[in-house]
Design a protein around this ligand. Sequence first.
Ligand SMILES: [Fe+2]
Length: 148
Amino acid sequence: MKDLLIYKCEVCGYILEVIDLGKKQLIESGTSFARTITVADAKLICCGKPMTLVQANSVDASNEKHVPIIEFGNDTAVVKVGSISHPMTPEHFIKWITILYGDRIQRVELEPGDTPEASFHIGNESNVKAYAYCNLHGLWMSSASRQK
Ligand SMILES: [Fe+2]
């Protein structure tokens, strides 16, 4: 299954998502999230500086409040951000939750005051990757498989 590949401008917060790598190569190593995108890296410029490829789960912050929890329903996946709910104040909140499953992607955008969770219709898909983006602590990811 693909990873969510996003680049961020560290100056203004602008975020770009890579939809198609074209002829560029993605190399994943084992089960870690380490990866190398040949050629593509550091070619995107914003505010006069190279944009950075955002690595999930790389910021030193509370895992309990950031790692997405995936719960399967009959034809849904509910993603809750954190085993302890993440704050949703104007200063510190989850901006969006994205899931990848099969050949599909879905995203729900959140606002301060919302509950840090989202429900996705996934049919009978059994493998899901979930990403959550905190405005202060960046990108967090987890994956889960439906128990049969
Ligand atoms: Fe956070």
